[in-house]
Design a binder for this molecule. Structure first.
Ligand code: SF4
Ligand code: SF4
Length: 396
């Protein structure tokens, strides 16, 4: 979309806001800074001023928009129905990427084959030994430091147990994503096992970025190219439904595939796989609900209901605020200190519950939270809820 198209669209979206301020108490960055400019209302006013040309888009002026987590908690609670997510994406497309964005690093993270090859090379060179030491030598706000701390060793290839159930309920495709394809392989195998046990034929699309990293970072043209590739892969899959186990990809996939049933994996399993039975697991389990699971997938209720089907599992929900752990796509790379501040609040809440396991269904949140626990000297394991569910599945 050209600037001439974006400017009136941003103005029209900003005009939906009646400036009531009801969203402010729900915004994690407003809670962090206590500053109107770091609130949804402040950002909407700023977007309007930047789009109309009454304000110059200097690095300082645009900073509150760059700080936005895109968690969409404001959109969910807004009584006027402001389409904040669209306004944010359009304004970022107009402004372009934030100054100092770690483009080379993002280029690696977006390419799962390259990322996997580098992770293997790192393992060969003993990275688990030296990477934390190297990270400590880098500046506190370095994106490379965040990645060196957050990326764990490559997980082992999951062993897939064949299902005894004949697939009669149609083909369901799984979008594996980019970072998630490398570090969420267990959850993807778990989803395929659950689907097969319920009578579906799971197929996996080629691993690639959905485009969210570029669209949310103001590189709209690159995001459009990713969307074209997603459409081609979807058409070739011959499936009825597309699932993602990473709710952070969901909104972008839905935009790329209008008219296609693109669903959150856990919401689909909860609704369509009611015949599955799970073995008991007496375990105190803290449940972190990623903001995209709550505000985009709107699957928070479904996730709780699905996990409640595991007998004996004690689910300990975290407080709703802060609504975001700070990972927020590339926010953790663009603003590592702010991401750590938000994470500290979330981890305090987790540790106050004294759980035996932490569940989080979005790869960015899971890695970010796990890295924070390691920094605190905690051995608490963090896993995707689907991994737990597949392990507890009674053989069909
Ligand atoms: S975004 Fe919605 S809730 Fe927030 S100030 Fe505007 S109208 Fe009010
Ligand atoms: S998307 Fe999240 S961080 Fe951004 S303004 Fe809305 S509530 Fe605040």
């Amino acid at each position: 979309m050209s600037a001439d198209t974006l400017r009136p669209r941003i103005a029209a979206l900003a005009d939906q806001c009646v400036m009531c301020g009801l969203c402010l108490p729900h915004c994690p960055t407003y809670a962090l800074d206590g500053d109107e400019t770091e609130s949804p209302r402040g950002r909407i006013a700023l977007a309007r001023a930047l789009a109309s040309g009454t304000m110059e888009p200097t690095a300082a002026n645009r900073l509150p928009l760059d700080h936005c987590l895109g968690c969409l908690t404001c959109e969910r609670v807004c009584p006027s129905g402001v389409h904040y997510g669209e306004l944010l994406t359009a304004t970022r497309a107009l402004l372009g990427p934030p100054p100092g964005r770690a483009r080379a690093l993002l280029g690696v993270l977006k390419r799962p084959r390259l990322l996997r090859a580098l992770a293997r090379l790192g393992a060969t060179l003993g990275a688990p030994r030296w990477a934390p030491r190297l990270a400590r030598r880098l500046p506190d706000d370095s994106a490379w430091r965040s990645v060196l701390v957050a990326l764990p060793p490559l997980p082992a290839a999951p062993a897939l147990q064949p299902s005894a159930v004949v697939a009669t309920r149609g083909r369901v495709a799984l979008f594996p994503g980019c970072v998630a394809d490398v570090y969420e392989s267990e959850a993807h195998a778990a989803l395929e096992r659950l689907l097969a046990a319920a009578g579906f034929e799971p197929v996996r699309l080629p691993a690639r970025c959905c485009g969210a990293l570029d669209r949310h970072g103001g590189t709209a043209a690159a995001g459009d190219r990713d969307a074209d590739a997603v459409r081609a892969a979807w058409t070739a899959a011959g499936a009825n439904t597309l699932l993602t186990a990473t709710p952070g990809c969901l909104g972008t996939l839905r935009e790329a595939l209008p008219g296609v049933a693109v669903e959150d994996a856990m919401a689909f399993v909860e609704r369509e796989c009611s015949t599955l039975r799970f073995r008991a697991l007496p375990l105190r389990t803290a449940l972190h609900l990623p903001c995209t699971e709550v505000n985009v997938a709107r699957a928070d209720g479904a996730v709780r209901r699905l996990l409640a089907r595991v007998p004996g599992l004690e689910l300990l929900p975290l407080p709703a605020q802060p609504a975001c752990c700070g990972a927020a796509g590339s926010h953790v790379l663009d603003f590592p200190r702010r991401a750590r501040d938000l994470r500290a609040l979330k981890l305090d809440q987790v540790q106050a519950l004294a759980p035996q396991r932490l569940l989080s269904g979005n790869i960015g949140c899971r890695l970010h939270l796990a890295a924070g626990l390691v920094e605190r000297g905690s051995a608490l394991a963090v896993e995707h809820p689907l991994s737990l569910l597949a392990r507890q599945l009674e053989s069909p």
